[in-house]
Design a protein around this ligand. Structure first.
Ligand code: ATP
Length: 226
């Protein structure tokens, strides 16, 4: 479904990615991992054309994403939940959900069923929600675009344990429904049982790719610092 091959990405003159390889097959949940500053967010920004890759290729369902402007990439069927859970602050929960909706399996009713808190707060302005509720809203908004590939960057970072659990339950449900997902998260204990495959980045390069069960103590220690 998604194949990223040897991408190199720069911020001005400073190179951040030196050869990232990554793939997601239909129905898979792939975990993109690595310590802080290793290039996970930059890889996601490159896929979405927000910080375009200068070299390498990014193919999604046989489309060359590097040739598409950023606004066309979402239309190609990718949904992003960016780091920092961006919502439209002065729109209500419901308005946020319908603003960029596209027809498909995910409707307002299904998203509100997945996150009952959003149903309870449907008329509240997004900027009055708690951080965890805003994260649910960001995920709900991405689902409402009915993406064939959902990309979550640090979806549970900095949230209260009870909210994190609700978000992980939703992610497990999405996985059961066959949603293809690429996810960046530091919580190995939640991620490992649900991931089909892990890709590890070190200093802007892919250094390991495999099944979570093959992620032994040596690799965890060397690349993840755990
Ligand atoms: P984290 O887990 O801390 O979010 P990450 O793995 O997502 O880290 P990136 O944010 O992709 O890592 O950063 C990769 C490299 O690019 C780092 O060396 C970082 O300092 C650099 N970088 C990130 N954003 C910028 C920017 N806007 N301008 C210049 N360099 C940047």
């Amino acid at each position: 479904m998604l194949t990223v091959t040897d991408i190199e990405t720069f911020y001005g003159p400073s190179q951040a990615l030196f050869g990232v390889n990554l793939s997601v097959q239909a129905g898979e949940l792939v975990a993109l991992m690595g310590r802080n500053g290793m290039g996970k967010t930059t890889t996601i920004r490159s896929i979405f054309g927000l910080t375009p890759a200068r070299r390498g290729s990014i193919e999604f369902e046989a489309k060359d994403l590097r040739r598409l402007p950023a606004y066309r990439i979402a239309q190609a069927g990718l949904g992003l939940v960016p780091e920092g859970r961006r919502c439209f602050p002065n729109l209500s929960v419901r308005e946020n959900l319908v603003a960029t909706a596209r027809p498909g399996y995910w409707s307002l009713a299904r998203v509100e069923q997945l996150f009952p808190r959003l149903a309870e707060r449907r008329h509240q302005m997004a900027n009055t929600l708690s951080g965890g509720e805003q994260q649910m809203l960001a995920i709900g908004r991405a689902l409402m675009t009915n993406p064939r590939l959902l990309v979550l960057d640090e979806a549970t970072e900095g949230l209260a344990p009870v909210i994190r659990q609700e978000i992980w339950s939703a992610i497990r449900l999405l996985k059961e429904q066959g949603q293809s997902t690429l996810i960046v998260d530091k919580s190995l204990s939640e991620l490992m049982p649900v991931a089909d495959r892990c890709t590890i980045l070190e200093k802007g390069r892919t250094v390991w790719d495999g099944h979570p069960e093959a992620l032994d103590d040596d690799i965890r220690d060397r690349y993840l610092g755990v």
